[in-house]
Write a protein that binds this ligand. Structure first.
Ligand SMILES: Cc1cc2nc3c(=O)[nH]c(=O)nc-3n(C[C@H](O)[C@H](O)[C@H](O)COP(=O)(O)OP(=O)(O)OC[C@H]3O[C@@H](n4cnc5c(N)ncnc54)[C@H](O)[C@@H]3O)c2cc1C
Length: 304
């Protein structure tokens, strides 16, 4: 992450300005507010604003006149009940706004989550920075031979060096051309190309930035998909940091999310039957399970 001294000073200034409020605040989230957490080589994520806390979830669930908080243990039980039974709207009462700096190919996966409000840095209006994601050598892996959407062994030696050279050279050449196209020619009096067109040649590993606002229910959905091992590493690292932030913000809700979503497994009706038969001591194989090959493979991966 490369923040300029001015940007760091702006963050410090925001963190040193204190407001008084009647609204609920979360001590864990106050500690996170505005701080930039580095991600990948030039990326960052930071919380710009938030609304609500664990008690706000209970307040909404009980449709209370006041804070709606009972004993901490009662609130924890209620939050776990809500999460367990997919009673999701109380979680939508909490909101969070992030500032994210991320490579465009990560942004393409991220933007598929349609339930957020987004405002992105405009490359029509502003000039893009010369910042490109170049994977660390340990993340430079070959195509997986078992998973079409995954990575295999890490590239080594000359092969890895060649890939890194290509990535760097292509990025720098594309950016040089981008600058050339933008720059007016003083000798000939020719105008530079419009920013909205010159950006066309920038590769998908160039960094963009956005403000991204979402409610807690939909953020949990995002985290379940993107903090998962099946998600691409480059988006997963963002999701993992967001998970840590959410844990500090709404610890009871996050605990319930970890238990009933992140660490949970959904079981099909067929799989439930197989588990019951196994518990009774029956030997169930793929052939007599009633499952497809793929279903059986995933079942065995989970349950042995
Ligand atoms: C590991 C992985 C691999 C993927 N691979 C591909 C791929 O190869 N190609 C590809 O195109 N995408 C791919 N995706 C993206 C995926 O298909 C979803 O688009 C993405 O995860 C967003 O999920 P979502 O629609 O549930 O989320 P959101 O857009 O946040 O929506 C949340 C929920 O709101 C509801 N919702 C939102 N908008 C609508 C709507 N318009 N109509 C009905 N219900 C709505 C749905 O219930 C939805 O689940 C992949 C995602 C993952 C995690």
């Amino acid at each position: 992450m490369s923040l300029t001294p001015d940007q760091l000073a702006e963050i410090d200034a925001q963190r040193s300005t204190h407001q008084t409020t009647l609204r609920a605040t979360s001590a864990g989230m106050e500690a996170r507010l505005y701080q930039a957490h580095p991600v990948l080589d030039h990326g960052l994520i930071r919380v710009i604003d938030y609304m609500g806390d664990d008690a706000a979830i209970c307040q909404a669930a009980r449709v209370s006149y006041g804070r709606g908080t009972k004993a901490v243990s009662d609130d924890r039980g209620l939050i776990r009940y809500l999460m367990r039974h997919w009673h999701s709207t109380p979680f939508e009462m909490c909101e969070v706004k992030f500032h994210v700096k991320l490579p465009i190919f990560v942004a393409r996966q991220w933007i598929r989550h349609r339930t957020a409000n987004v405002n992105e840095y405009s490359a029509r209006y502003s000039v893009m920075d010369r910042e490109f994601y170049i994977p660390a050598p340990e993340h430079l892996a070959a195509q997986s031979v078992v998973n079409n959407q995954g990575r295999g062994q890490v590239l080594q030696g000359a092969e890895a060096a060649r890939v890194l050279d290509l990535l760097r050279e292509d990025a720098m050449r594309a950016y040089d051309h981008y600058e050339d196209m933008l720059t007016p020619d003083a000798d000939t009096g020719k105008l530079g190309l419009a920013r909205e067109l010159a950006r066309m040649n920038l590769p998908a590993n160039v960094y963009t930035q956005w403000y991204w606002k979402i409610d807690l229910h939909n953020l949990f959905h995002f985290l379940r998909l993107r903090a998962d091992v099946h998600a691409q590493y480059e988006i997963r690292v963002y999701a993992q940091i967001m998970g840590d932030i959410v844990k500090d913000w709404v610890p009871q809700a996050y605990e319930a999310f970890e238990d009933y979503r992140l660490g949970a497994v959904s079981v099909s009706a067929k799989a439930k039957e197989v588990l019951k038969r196994r518990l009774k001591g029956e030997i169930v194989t793929e052939a007599n399970s009633g499952m497809s090959k793929g279903e059986w493979r995933e079942f065995v991966e989970e349950w042995g």
